[in-house]
Design a protein. Structure first.
Length: 179
């Protein structure tokens, strides 16, 4: 008798599932090149007495004295201020970031200027023009800063220029020491 252990691999929807077949004793019948197998011939398969079938060991559960660590949540997405937020006052903590995004309404905006030193302002540059300008504003110390920019329509650059009024963007940022 010949003892065979088989591993059956089934491809299933892009993944693979492995199933281990039980060990069995198979009666082998030698075939010659001219031999044929009749449809009534059935191989004999008998369970192997040397391999007892045992269920897999259960996975141990965590002990009640050790809590399962939970991953910390990702930081919240920064607040995005747009031209519609002009005239508002916004509060951030030291180290927190908000974004000022101007230009989505078709206007061209000047550089963002600031009064006060409670925030640091850095313009974000893009490889492909997204159709707006964006600045990252970070609270650096408790206090207050006012951010301003002036927006004008593209027709202001034409000859003769259009008479559409410019638009002022101005927000107050209050930086707080949070614990």
């Amino acid at each position: 008798m010949l003892v065979v252990a088989a591993l059956l691999v089934v491809a299933c929807g892009g993944g693979e599932v492995a199933v281990e077949a039980p060990t069995a004793a198979i009666t082998a019948v030698p075939l010659t090149p001219s031999a044929t197998v009749s449809p009534s011939a059935t191989p004999t398969i008998e369970p192997s007495p040397t391999t007892p079938s045992t269920p897999p060991a259960p996975t141990p559960s965590p002990s009640p004295t050790q809590p399962t660590p939970t991953p910390s949540p990702p930081p919240p997405a920064p607040t995005i201020l747009t031209a519609d937020d002009s005239g508002g006052t916004f509060r951030v903590g030291v180290g927190e970031v908000l974004l000022v995004r101007l230009g989505e309404e078709g206007m061209r905006w000047s550089d963002l200027s600031q009064s006060g030193d409670a925030v640091a302002v850095h313009e974000r540059l893009f490889l492909v023009d997204p159709g707006y300008r964006e600045w990252e504003v970070t609270g650096v110390k408790p206090g207050e800063s006012v951010l301003t920019s002036t927006g004008g329509l593209p027709c202001h650059d034409e000859t003769p220029p259009c008479l559409a009024p410019n638009r002022l963007f101005e927000v107050t940022i209050v930086v707080e020491q949070r614990t």
